[in-house]
Design a protein around this ligand. Structure first.
Ligand code: GLU
Length: 433
Protein backbone atom coordinates (compact mmCIF):
# COMPACT_ATOMS: atom_id res chain seq x y z
CA UNK A 1 0.00 0.00 0.00
CA UNK A 2 1.64 3.09 -1.11
CA UNK A 3 0.99 6.14 0.79
CA UNK A 4 1.03 9.31 -1.09
CA UNK A 5 2.02 12.06 1.18
CA UNK A 6 -0.96 14.23 1.07
CA UNK A 7 -0.14 17.84 1.43
CA UNK A 8 -2.84 20.11 2.53
CA UNK A 9 -3.60 22.68 -0.12
CA UNK A 10 -2.00 25.89 0.94
CA UNK A 11 -4.41 28.74 1.35
CA UNK A 12 -3.97 31.28 -1.43
CA UNK A 13 -2.56 34.52 -0.16
CA UNK A 14 -5.46 36.93 -0.06
CA UNK A 15 -5.09 39.30 -2.98
CA UNK A 16 -7.27 42.21 -2.09
CA UNK A 17 -6.88 45.09 -4.47
CA UNK A 18 -5.49 48.15 -2.71
CA UNK A 19 -8.53 50.09 -1.61
CA UNK A 20 -8.76 53.78 -1.98
CA UNK A 21 -8.43 55.69 1.27
CA UNK A 22 -11.72 57.54 1.73
CA UNK A 23 -10.88 59.24 5.02
CA UNK A 24 -11.67 62.91 4.27
CA UNK A 25 -8.95 64.29 6.52
CA UNK A 26 -6.23 62.16 4.94
CA UNK A 27 -7.61 63.11 1.51
CA UNK A 28 -7.33 66.80 2.40
CA UNK A 29 -3.71 66.20 3.43
CA UNK A 30 -2.94 64.36 0.18
CA UNK A 31 -4.30 67.32 -1.79
CA UNK A 32 -2.18 69.66 0.34
CA UNK A 33 0.96 67.53 -0.07
CA UNK A 34 0.75 67.66 -3.87
CA UNK A 35 0.76 71.48 -3.80
CA UNK A 36 3.46 71.63 -1.10
CA UNK A 37 5.67 69.55 -3.39
CA UNK A 38 5.19 71.93 -6.33
CA UNK A 39 5.84 74.90 -4.03
CA UNK A 40 8.90 73.17 -2.54
CA UNK A 41 7.80 74.16 0.98
CA UNK A 42 10.20 73.22 3.73
CA UNK A 43 9.29 70.40 6.11
CA UNK A 44 8.54 72.59 9.13
CA UNK A 45 6.19 74.87 7.20
CA UNK A 46 4.43 71.82 5.72
CA UNK A 47 3.75 70.49 9.20
CA UNK A 48 2.32 73.82 10.30
CA UNK A 49 0.00 74.11 7.29
CA UNK A 50 -1.21 70.51 7.00
CA UNK A 51 -2.55 70.14 10.57
CA UNK A 52 -5.36 72.00 12.34
CA UNK A 53 -4.45 74.84 14.64
CA UNK A 54 -7.17 74.20 17.21
CA UNK A 55 -9.75 71.46 17.84
CA UNK A 56 -12.63 71.64 20.30
CA UNK A 57 -14.90 68.67 21.04
CA UNK A 58 -18.02 69.33 23.10
CA UNK A 59 -20.85 67.35 24.68
CA UNK A 60 -24.21 68.97 24.11
CA UNK A 61 -26.97 67.92 26.52
CA UNK A 62 -30.41 68.65 25.06
CA UNK A 63 -33.83 68.20 26.66
CA UNK A 64 -35.83 66.39 23.98
CA UNK A 65 -39.57 66.97 23.50
CA UNK A 66 -40.36 63.72 25.35
CA UNK A 67 -38.70 65.13 28.47
CA UNK A 68 -35.56 62.99 28.27
CA UNK A 69 -32.07 64.40 28.04
CA UNK A 70 -29.92 63.32 25.12
CA UNK A 71 -26.23 64.16 24.82
CA UNK A 72 -24.93 65.02 21.34
CA UNK A 73 -21.29 65.37 20.29
CA UNK A 74 -20.13 68.48 18.46
CA UNK A 75 -16.89 69.91 17.13
CA UNK A 76 -15.34 73.19 16.09
CA UNK A 77 -12.02 73.01 14.27
CA UNK A 78 -9.85 75.96 13.26
CA UNK A 79 -7.41 74.85 10.60
CA UNK A 80 -5.48 78.04 9.98
CA UNK A 81 -5.83 81.73 10.86
CA UNK A 82 -2.68 83.17 9.25
CA UNK A 83 -4.66 85.36 6.82
CA UNK A 84 -7.53 86.33 9.14
CA UNK A 85 -10.21 84.94 11.45
CA UNK A 86 -11.26 81.30 11.02
CA UNK A 87 -14.34 81.07 8.81
CA UNK A 88 -16.62 78.21 7.90
CA UNK A 89 -19.98 76.57 8.32
CA UNK A 90 -21.60 74.29 10.86
CA UNK A 91 -22.94 70.93 9.69
CA UNK A 92 -25.73 68.94 11.35
CA UNK A 93 -25.62 65.37 10.03
CA UNK A 94 -25.60 61.80 11.41
CA UNK A 95 -22.33 61.01 9.61
CA UNK A 96 -20.35 63.97 11.03
CA UNK A 97 -17.00 62.85 12.49
CA UNK A 98 -13.97 64.66 13.80
CA UNK A 99 -11.94 63.69 10.73
CA UNK A 100 -14.67 65.05 8.47
CA UNK A 101 -14.77 68.38 10.33
CA UNK A 102 -10.95 68.56 10.23
CA UNK A 103 -11.04 68.07 6.45
CA UNK A 104 -13.82 70.61 6.00
CA UNK A 105 -11.88 73.16 8.11
CA UNK A 106 -8.76 72.68 5.97
CA UNK A 107 -10.80 73.02 2.77
CA UNK A 108 -12.18 76.32 4.13
CA UNK A 109 -8.64 77.63 4.69
CA UNK A 110 -7.69 76.81 1.09
CA UNK A 111 -11.03 78.15 -0.21
CA UNK A 112 -10.75 81.59 1.40
CA UNK A 113 -7.18 81.81 0.09
CA UNK A 114 -8.20 80.75 -3.45
CA UNK A 115 -10.69 83.63 -3.70
CA UNK A 116 -8.33 85.87 -1.71
CA UNK A 117 -10.64 87.03 1.07
CA UNK A 118 -9.03 87.90 4.42
CA UNK A 119 -10.10 84.84 6.37
CA UNK A 120 -8.60 81.59 7.55
CA UNK A 121 -10.51 78.32 7.66
CA UNK A 122 -12.65 76.61 10.27
CA UNK A 123 -15.63 74.28 10.47
CA UNK A 124 -18.11 72.94 12.95
CA UNK A 125 -20.33 69.91 13.11
CA UNK A 126 -22.79 68.15 15.37
CA UNK A 127 -23.56 64.42 15.07
CA UNK A 128 -27.36 64.44 14.90
CA UNK A 129 -30.23 63.71 12.54
CA UNK A 130 -32.00 67.06 12.14
CA UNK A 131 -34.71 65.45 9.98
CA UNK A 132 -35.85 63.52 13.06
CA UNK A 133 -35.81 66.49 15.43
CA UNK A 134 -38.47 69.11 16.10
CA UNK A 135 -37.78 72.80 15.57
CA UNK A 136 -37.74 73.34 19.34
CA UNK A 137 -35.19 70.54 19.81
CA UNK A 138 -33.02 72.01 17.06
CA UNK A 139 -33.16 75.41 18.74
CA UNK A 140 -32.08 73.97 22.11
CA UNK A 141 -29.30 71.95 20.42
CA UNK A 142 -28.08 75.04 18.55
CA UNK A 143 -28.10 77.29 21.60
CA UNK A 144 -26.24 74.80 23.78
CA UNK A 145 -23.71 73.99 21.02
CA UNK A 146 -23.10 77.73 20.57
CA UNK A 147 -22.57 78.23 24.26
CA UNK A 148 -20.13 75.27 24.39
CA UNK A 149 -17.99 76.62 21.53
CA UNK A 150 -18.37 80.22 22.69
CA UNK A 151 -14.82 80.48 24.09
CA UNK A 152 -13.31 80.13 20.63
CA UNK A 153 -15.81 81.89 18.31
CA UNK A 154 -16.34 85.62 17.81
CA UNK A 155 -16.48 88.23 15.04
CA UNK A 156 -12.71 88.67 15.11
CA UNK A 157 -11.60 85.09 15.73
CA UNK A 158 -13.96 82.51 14.23
CA UNK A 159 -17.20 83.13 12.35
CA UNK A 160 -19.60 80.20 11.73
CA UNK A 161 -22.11 80.03 8.86
CA UNK A 162 -24.62 77.57 7.41
CA UNK A 163 -23.56 74.24 5.90
CA UNK A 164 -25.36 70.91 5.32
CA UNK A 165 -28.75 70.95 7.16
CA UNK A 166 -28.22 74.29 8.90
CA UNK A 167 -29.80 77.52 7.67
CA UNK A 168 -30.49 81.20 8.37
CA UNK A 169 -32.75 80.32 11.33
CA UNK A 170 -29.94 78.30 12.96
CA UNK A 171 -27.61 81.29 12.44
CA UNK A 172 -30.14 83.62 14.10
CA UNK A 173 -30.20 81.36 17.19
CA UNK A 174 -26.40 81.21 17.25
CA UNK A 175 -26.11 84.98 16.97
CA UNK A 176 -28.74 85.50 19.68
CA UNK A 177 -27.06 83.04 22.06
CA UNK A 178 -23.68 84.69 21.57
CA UNK A 179 -25.18 88.17 22.02
CA UNK A 180 -27.14 87.24 25.15
CA UNK A 181 -23.92 85.93 26.69
CA UNK A 182 -21.83 88.98 25.84
CA UNK A 183 -24.66 91.36 26.79
CA UNK A 184 -24.90 93.22 23.48
CA UNK A 185 -25.90 92.41 19.91
CA UNK A 186 -22.97 91.08 17.89
CA UNK A 187 -24.11 90.76 14.28
CA UNK A 188 -20.73 89.75 12.88
CA UNK A 189 -20.32 86.56 14.93
CA UNK A 190 -22.05 84.43 12.28
CA UNK A 191 -22.94 84.92 8.61
CA UNK A 192 -25.78 83.55 6.52
CA UNK A 193 -28.25 85.23 8.89
CA UNK A 194 -31.85 86.11 7.96
CA UNK A 195 -32.16 89.37 5.97
CA UNK A 196 -34.40 90.68 8.77
CA UNK A 197 -31.46 90.55 11.16
CA UNK A 198 -28.08 91.40 9.71
CA UNK A 199 -28.10 89.00 6.77
CA UNK A 200 -26.82 90.09 3.37
CA UNK A 201 -28.93 90.24 0.24
CA UNK A 202 -27.68 87.51 -2.08
CA UNK A 203 -26.12 85.30 0.62
CA UNK A 204 -28.82 82.61 0.40
CA UNK A 205 -28.13 82.13 -3.33
CA UNK A 206 -24.41 82.88 -3.21
CA UNK A 207 -22.96 79.36 -3.29
CA UNK A 208 -25.06 78.45 -6.33
CA UNK A 209 -24.43 81.79 -8.02
CA UNK A 210 -20.69 81.34 -7.56
CA UNK A 211 -20.95 77.86 -9.10
CA UNK A 212 -22.82 79.41 -12.02
CA UNK A 213 -20.13 82.09 -12.58
CA UNK A 214 -17.39 79.44 -12.50
CA UNK A 215 -19.35 77.23 -14.94
CA UNK A 216 -19.81 80.17 -17.33
CA UNK A 217 -16.03 80.61 -17.54
CA UNK A 218 -15.38 76.85 -17.82
CA UNK A 219 -17.88 76.68 -20.70
CA UNK A 220 -15.87 79.31 -22.58
CA UNK A 221 -12.69 77.26 -22.11
CA UNK A 222 -14.41 74.06 -23.26
CA UNK A 223 -16.35 75.87 -26.02
CA UNK A 224 -19.70 74.74 -24.69
CA UNK A 225 -22.76 76.92 -25.15
CA UNK A 226 -24.44 77.10 -21.74
CA UNK A 227 -27.70 77.75 -23.55
CA UNK A 228 -29.01 74.25 -24.23
CA UNK A 229 -26.14 72.54 -22.36
CA UNK A 230 -27.27 69.42 -20.46
CA UNK A 231 -26.77 69.45 -16.69
CA UNK A 232 -27.07 66.70 -14.05
CA UNK A 233 -27.15 67.76 -10.40
CA UNK A 234 -26.66 65.45 -7.42
CA UNK A 235 -28.08 66.99 -4.25
CA UNK A 236 -31.06 69.29 -3.85
CA UNK A 237 -30.10 71.39 -0.82
CA UNK A 238 -29.17 75.08 -0.79
CA UNK A 239 -26.45 74.72 -3.45
CA UNK A 240 -28.00 72.12 -5.77
CA UNK A 241 -31.58 73.39 -5.89
CA UNK A 242 -30.64 77.03 -6.46
CA UNK A 243 -27.95 76.11 -9.02
CA UNK A 244 -30.65 74.23 -10.95
CA UNK A 245 -32.89 77.31 -10.97
CA UNK A 246 -30.09 79.72 -11.97
CA UNK A 247 -28.90 77.40 -14.75
CA UNK A 248 -32.45 77.13 -16.08
CA UNK A 249 -32.60 80.94 -16.17
CA UNK A 250 -29.49 80.73 -18.40
CA UNK A 251 -31.45 78.32 -20.63
CA UNK A 252 -29.41 75.25 -19.73
CA UNK A 253 -31.29 71.93 -19.77
CA UNK A 254 -31.51 70.21 -16.38
CA UNK A 255 -31.66 66.52 -17.29
CA UNK A 256 -31.33 64.98 -13.81
CA UNK A 257 -31.80 65.98 -10.18
CA UNK A 258 -31.53 64.01 -6.95
CA UNK A 259 -31.73 64.27 -3.18
CA UNK A 260 -30.71 61.86 -0.41
CA UNK A 261 -33.56 59.47 -1.31
CA UNK A 262 -32.88 59.18 -5.06
CA UNK A 263 -33.34 61.09 -8.27
CA UNK A 264 -35.33 61.89 -11.39
CA UNK A 265 -34.12 61.89 -14.98
CA UNK A 266 -35.49 63.24 -18.23
CA UNK A 267 -33.12 63.78 -21.19
CA UNK A 268 -35.58 66.36 -22.55
CA UNK A 269 -35.33 68.47 -19.41
CA UNK A 270 -36.86 68.87 -15.94
CA UNK A 271 -38.34 71.94 -14.27
CA UNK A 272 -36.39 72.68 -11.04
CA UNK A 273 -39.15 75.00 -9.78
CA UNK A 274 -41.66 72.15 -10.00
CA UNK A 275 -39.10 69.92 -8.26
CA UNK A 276 -38.82 72.46 -5.42
CA UNK A 277 -42.57 72.63 -4.99
CA UNK A 278 -42.84 68.83 -5.12
CA UNK A 279 -40.13 68.47 -2.48
CA UNK A 280 -41.82 71.03 -0.23
CA UNK A 281 -45.04 69.01 -0.42
CA UNK A 282 -43.68 65.46 -0.13
CA UNK A 283 -40.25 65.82 1.48
CA UNK A 284 -38.37 64.50 -1.57
CA UNK A 285 -38.12 65.00 -5.32
CA UNK A 286 -38.38 61.24 -5.81
CA UNK A 287 -41.58 60.41 -7.66
CA UNK A 288 -42.11 63.86 -9.13
CA UNK A 289 -43.95 63.82 -12.45
CA UNK A 290 -42.06 64.59 -15.66
CA UNK A 291 -39.15 62.21 -15.26
CA UNK A 292 -38.18 58.62 -14.58
CA UNK A 293 -36.51 57.38 -11.43
CA UNK A 294 -32.71 57.24 -11.29
CA UNK A 295 -30.32 56.36 -8.47
CA UNK A 296 -27.76 58.81 -7.08
CA UNK A 297 -25.02 56.52 -8.38
CA UNK A 298 -26.40 56.30 -11.94
CA UNK A 299 -26.88 60.07 -12.11
CA UNK A 300 -23.11 60.53 -11.92
CA UNK A 301 -22.50 58.53 -15.08
CA UNK A 302 -25.17 60.19 -17.24
CA UNK A 303 -24.13 61.57 -20.59
CA UNK A 304 -24.24 65.34 -20.07
CA UNK A 305 -22.20 68.50 -20.55
CA UNK A 306 -22.04 69.54 -16.91
CA UNK A 307 -22.17 67.38 -13.77
CA UNK A 308 -22.67 69.14 -10.43
CA UNK A 309 -22.07 67.05 -7.31
CA UNK A 310 -23.85 69.17 -4.68
CA UNK A 311 -24.30 66.75 -1.78
CA UNK A 312 -21.58 65.11 0.32
CA UNK A 313 -17.98 63.85 0.10
CA UNK A 314 -16.52 60.91 -1.83
CA UNK A 315 -19.17 60.39 -4.49
CA UNK A 316 -16.73 60.34 -7.44
CA UNK A 317 -14.08 57.76 -6.58
CA UNK A 318 -11.66 55.41 -8.30
CA UNK A 319 -14.57 53.00 -8.65
CA UNK A 320 -16.82 55.17 -10.80
CA UNK A 321 -14.67 58.02 -12.18
CA UNK A 322 -14.14 56.13 -15.43
CA UNK A 323 -17.91 56.15 -16.01
CA UNK A 324 -18.26 59.93 -15.71
CA UNK A 325 -19.30 61.22 -19.14
CA UNK A 326 -19.64 64.93 -18.34
CA UNK A 327 -17.32 67.46 -19.98
CA UNK A 328 -17.28 69.71 -16.91
CA UNK A 329 -17.53 68.61 -13.27
CA UNK A 330 -18.40 71.57 -11.02
CA UNK A 331 -18.05 70.72 -7.33
CA UNK A 332 -20.78 72.54 -5.43
CA UNK A 333 -20.26 70.12 -2.53
CA UNK A 334 -17.09 69.97 -0.44
CA UNK A 335 -14.84 67.01 -1.19
CA UNK A 336 -17.05 65.13 -3.69
CA UNK A 337 -14.11 63.69 -5.70
CA UNK A 338 -11.13 61.76 -4.38
CA UNK A 339 -7.51 62.32 -5.49
CA UNK A 340 -7.54 59.03 -7.45
CA UNK A 341 -10.76 60.08 -9.18
CA UNK A 342 -9.12 63.41 -10.06
CA UNK A 343 -6.39 61.55 -11.93
CA UNK A 344 -8.93 59.54 -13.92
CA UNK A 345 -11.01 62.63 -14.75
CA UNK A 346 -7.89 64.53 -15.85
CA UNK A 347 -6.83 61.64 -18.12
CA UNK A 348 -10.29 61.62 -19.67
CA UNK A 349 -10.06 65.35 -20.38
CA UNK A 350 -12.86 66.32 -18.00
CA UNK A 351 -12.61 69.97 -16.95
CA UNK A 352 -12.78 69.97 -13.14
CA UNK A 353 -13.97 73.01 -11.19
CA UNK A 354 -12.67 72.04 -7.74
CA UNK A 355 -14.74 72.71 -4.60
CA UNK A 356 -12.35 75.29 -3.16
CA UNK A 357 -12.96 77.39 -6.27
CA UNK A 358 -16.42 76.35 -7.51
CA UNK A 359 -18.35 76.67 -4.24
CA UNK A 360 -16.42 79.64 -2.82
CA UNK A 361 -19.31 82.00 -3.63
CA UNK A 362 -20.95 81.16 -0.29
CA UNK A 363 -18.03 82.21 1.87
CA UNK A 364 -17.33 85.19 -0.40
CA UNK A 365 -20.77 86.67 0.25
CA UNK A 366 -20.36 85.66 3.91
CA UNK A 367 -17.34 87.96 3.86
CA UNK A 368 -19.48 90.73 2.31
CA UNK A 369 -22.09 90.15 5.03
CA UNK A 370 -19.42 90.41 7.75
CA UNK A 371 -18.07 93.64 6.21
CA UNK A 372 -21.59 95.12 6.06
CA UNK A 373 -22.17 94.14 9.71
CA UNK A 374 -18.92 95.84 10.75
CA UNK A 375 -19.86 99.02 8.87
CA UNK A 376 -23.55 98.87 9.88
CA UNK A 377 -24.30 99.43 6.22
CA UNK A 378 -26.25 97.45 3.65
CA UNK A 379 -25.52 96.80 -0.01
CA UNK A 380 -28.16 95.99 -2.63
CA UNK A 381 -28.46 92.50 -4.07
CA UNK A 382 -27.17 93.62 -7.46
CA UNK A 383 -24.10 95.22 -5.81
CA UNK A 384 -23.43 91.97 -3.94
CA UNK A 385 -23.86 89.84 -7.07
CA UNK A 386 -21.60 92.11 -9.13
CA UNK A 387 -18.85 91.97 -6.48
CA UNK A 388 -19.27 88.19 -6.24
CA UNK A 389 -18.89 87.92 -10.01
CA UNK A 390 -15.63 89.90 -9.88
CA UNK A 391 -14.19 87.70 -7.12
CA UNK A 392 -15.19 84.43 -8.80
CA UNK A 393 -13.89 85.40 -12.23
CA UNK A 394 -10.61 86.67 -10.83
CA UNK A 395 -10.12 83.43 -8.89
CA UNK A 396 -11.03 81.33 -11.93
CA UNK A 397 -8.42 83.03 -14.11
CA UNK A 398 -5.76 82.94 -11.36
CA UNK A 399 -6.29 79.18 -11.07
CA UNK A 400 -6.46 78.63 -14.83
CA UNK A 401 -3.18 80.46 -15.30
CA UNK A 402 -1.42 78.29 -12.73
CA UNK A 403 -2.91 75.15 -14.28
CA UNK A 404 -1.33 76.14 -17.61
CA UNK A 405 1.97 77.18 -16.06
CA UNK A 406 2.47 73.97 -14.08
CA UNK A 407 0.56 71.66 -16.48
CA UNK A 408 -1.71 70.45 -13.68
CA UNK A 409 -5.46 70.02 -13.37
CA UNK A 410 -7.55 72.75 -11.80
CA UNK A 411 -7.63 71.25 -8.29
CA UNK A 412 -3.87 71.09 -7.97
CA UNK A 413 -3.66 74.58 -9.50
CA UNK A 414 -6.10 75.96 -6.92
CA UNK A 415 -4.10 74.30 -4.12
CA UNK A 416 -0.83 75.75 -5.44
CA UNK A 417 -2.43 79.20 -5.41
CA UNK A 418 -4.08 78.83 -2.00
CA UNK A 419 -1.31 77.03 -0.14
CA UNK A 420 1.18 79.51 -1.60
CA UNK A 421 -0.84 82.44 -0.26
CA UNK A 422 -1.18 80.95 3.24
CA UNK A 423 2.51 79.98 3.25
CA UNK A 424 3.50 83.55 2.31
CA UNK A 425 1.35 84.98 5.12
CA UNK A 426 2.82 82.52 7.61
CA UNK A 427 6.40 83.29 6.58
CA UNK A 428 6.10 87.09 6.75
CA UNK A 429 4.38 86.87 10.14
CA UNK A 430 7.14 84.65 11.49
CA UNK A 431 6.95 82.17 14.32
CA UNK A 432 5.80 83.21 17.81
CA UNK A 433 7.57 83.46 20.23
N1 GLU B 1 -20.49 76.20 4.44
C1 GLU B 1 -20.12 76.97 3.31
C2 GLU B 1 -18.84 76.42 2.69
O1 GLU B 1 -18.55 75.26 2.84
C3 GLU B 1 -20.04 78.45 3.62
C4 GLU B 1 -19.07 78.84 4.68
C5 GLU B 1 -19.16 80.31 5.10
O2 GLU B 1 -19.95 81.05 4.52
O3 GLU B 1 -18.44 80.67 6.01
O4 GLU B 1 -18.16 77.09 1.98
Amino acid sequence: MSTVAKTMPRPMPAVTPPREDLNPYRISQMQFDIAAEYLKLDTGLRQVLRTPKRILEVSIPVKMDNGQVKVFTGYRVQHNIARGPAKGGVRYHPSVSLDEVKALAAWMAWKTATVNIPFGGGKGGVICDPKRMSKAELERLTRRYTSEILPIIGPDCDIPAPDVYTDAQVMAWMMDTYSMTTGHTVLGVVTGKPIAMGGSPGRHEATARGVLYAIEEACKVKRINLRGASVAIQGFGNAGSIAARLLLERKAKIIALSDSRGGVHNPRGLDPLKAMRFKERTGSIVGMPGGSRISNEDLLSLKCDILIPAALENVITLENAEQVQAKIVAEAANGPSTPRADEVLARKGVFLLPDILANAGGVTVSYFEWVQNHYSYSWTESEVNAKLGEVMRRAFFDVLEISKKYHVHMRTAAYILAVGRVADATLVRGLFP
